[in-house]
Design a protein around this ligand. Structure first.
Ligand code: AP5
Length: 216
């Protein structure tokens, strides 16, 4: 099974992706995390994408494909995976289908308003070491509970950049939604609820999709 998480910046793709990984055992692949790692390591690719990411713009399809292709070849992706933030354009969706053809798909679009996103991302802190995400919970402001790393604010979590990321999502997602809707694999999820409520809704969809495919 290939699970694809669509949703604007801050809709909860990373949070729900981690829960899906833990519950179903499919590895979560976040193109944002993979690209940030390239930036952190100072690779050629990292240097090419750093400023684009800081401005909240989309990285070119062929550059993102490079990191996705490498990651999908890993052994742990053989029985399935969760894609967080990929594809973001119709062209990326078509490239993905060429790369890994015959896999059943479930596409979850986590829907949320711009106001809710601005509020959420204002409180987001991420671990500089392991990438764990926090929402400025009391007692977690300074150190990551998982690895002790320093918690920082992401460079693209400034209000003007958040608005730009939200605008780009709205502008680019239409053809992608139409594509998955035609394939009858698209499931909207109301993301403006607690993390647990959103995950319960996702589980209902995934359980029925997974058991449906096992029966076939
Ligand atoms: P990426 O890292 O994917 O960023 P994004 O899509 O903007 O999404 P975020 O990571 O900001 O949010 P999220 O939806 O994962 O929410 P989260 O769970 O963290 O991409 C970054 C950049 O990389 C892009 O702008 C682009 O430049 C480049 N890029 C990546 N993929 C690309 C691609 N395919 N093509 C081209 N360029 C690409 O939650 C947010 C906050 O809310 C957290 O603090 C969390 O704790 C909290 N929260 C989550 N759920 C809830 C809830 N239900 N209630 C309350 N709080 C919640």
């Amino acid at each position: 099974m290939r699970i694809i998480l669509l949703g604007a910046a801050g809709s909860g793709k990373g949070t729900q992706g981690q829960l899906i990984e833990r519950h179903y055992g499919f590895p979560r692949i976040s193109t944002g995390d993979l690209l940030r790692l390239e930036v952190q390591k100072g690779t050629e690719l990292g240097k090419m994408v750093e400023e684009i990411m800081k401005a909240g713009q989309l990285v070119a399809d062929e550059l993102v494909l490079e990191v996705v292709k490498a990651r999908l070849q890993a052994q742990d992706c053989r029985s399935g995976y969760v894609l967080d933030g990929y594809p973001r354009t119709l062209n990326q969706a078509l490239l993905l289908e060429q790369l890994d053809r015959s896999r059943p798909e479930t596409v979850l679009e986590i829907q949320i308003s711009e106001e809710a996103v601005l509020k959420r991302l204002a409180g987001r802190r991420v671990c500089a070491q392991c990438g764990a995400v926090y929402n400025n919970e009391p007692g977690t402001e300074l150190q990551c509970q998982a690895c002790g790393g320093k918690l920082i604010i992401r460079s693209d979590d400034r209000p003007e950049v958040i608005r730009e990321r939200f605008r780009i999502y709205r502008e680019t997602v239409g053809p992608l939604l139409a594509h998955y809707s035609r394939k009858q694999v698209l499931f909207p999820v109301d993301g403006d609820r607690t993390v647990e409520e959103v995950f319960e809704a996702i589980k209902l969809i995934l359980d029925s999709r997974i058991s449906g495919h096992q029966e076939n």
